[in-house]
Design a protein around this ligand. Structure first.
Ligand SMILES: C[S@@+](CC[C@H](N)C(=O)[O-])C[C@H]1O[C@@H](n2cnc3c(N)ncnc32)[C@H](O)[C@@H]1O
Length: 245
């Protein structure tokens, strides 16, 4: 898959994606990932934050509500950036750009960079690491939410004849590369990499690792989003809290 093919997939998904985000119907975002992502960002008051692969801009808007001074959301998909601009206020700016090449941004210009389920979309995640390291101020944070490598390998549920989820079998874990799966009725490509590859990439770029979080559903979220009960059994996502020394 080349860059245009990957871009086309997201363009085809975009209207369903925007609709779901605007209806607030995404349990994994609202019920599972938003809270640990915000905790990892810490106090954002007055800060400049870059969101790589911002989609239709929901996390930029959340960060502004939490007091960020300025958010820049970038995404390769034009319709998603157009949708983000529709809800734009004073503090947020959106731009069509590739997270693997941020040459339009100056060195040491952001306090925090966020990658909210974007590195799994990138053929070259190390290019993104290098660019984020460059644009962050010393002491700045890079907060990366990603598909858990145990799941991106081949992590679908095996079900019994009556549809009950039985288990997930992990296979082909060390076979890194493209994985194709269906999301909202459309084919989407992700890139699977092992935990070791991710960790080596972050450290090689110069980051220090402060924490790994494997989000799991908490009781009040489970009451609201019962479909998150899977998350009590097998981790679907991982958050890396990184810092530029
Ligand atoms: C799983 S979505 C996450 C969107 C948003 N962060 C959220 O959590 O709702 C991944 C996003 O990454 C974008 N994307 C894919 N490849 C990209 C690239 N090379 N550069 C920037 N954005 C990209 C897609 O268009 C899509 O909006």
């Amino acid at each position: 898959m080349d860059r245009d093919d990957l871009k086309k997939e997201w363009r085809e998904l975009s209207s369903a994606w925007i609709k779901e985000a605007r209806e607030g119907k995404n349990p994994t975002r609202n019920g599972l990932l938003d809270q640990p992502m915000l905790e990892a960002c810490g106090n954002v008051e007055g800060l400049r934050i870059l969101d790589c692969g911002c989609g239709e801009g929901r996390f930029c808007r959340i960060l502004l509500e939490k007091g960020a001074k300025h958010t820049l959301g970038i995404d390769l998909c034009e319709p998603l950036i157009e949708a983000a601009k529709e809800l734009q206020s004073d503090g947020d700016v959106y731009r069509v750009a590739d997270a693997q090449n941020l040459s339009f941004l100056g060195d040491q210009t952001f306090n925090i960079a966020v990658s909210y389920l974007n590195q799994c979309d990138l053929p070259d995640f190390q290019a993104n690491n290098r660019e984020i390291f460059r644009i962050l101020k010393p002491g700045g944070k890079f907060i990366v939410a990603n598909l858990h490598p145990m799941r991106s390998a081949v992590g679908y549920w095996h079900k019994s004849e009556d549809g009950e989820k039985q288990h997930i079998i992990v296979d082909n874990y060390f076979d890194e590369g493209e994985r194709h799966w269906k999301l909202m009725g459309a084919w989407l490509t992700n890139f699977h990499r092992s935990l070791m590859t991710y960790m080596d990439g972050f450290l090689k770029a110069g980051f220090t690792l402060e924490r790994i979080v494997e989000p799991s559903a908490i009781p009040e979220q489970l009451a609201k989003y019962p479909e998150l009960d899977d998350e009590l059994r097998v981790p679907n996502f991982i958050i890396y809290a990184l810092r530029k020394p």
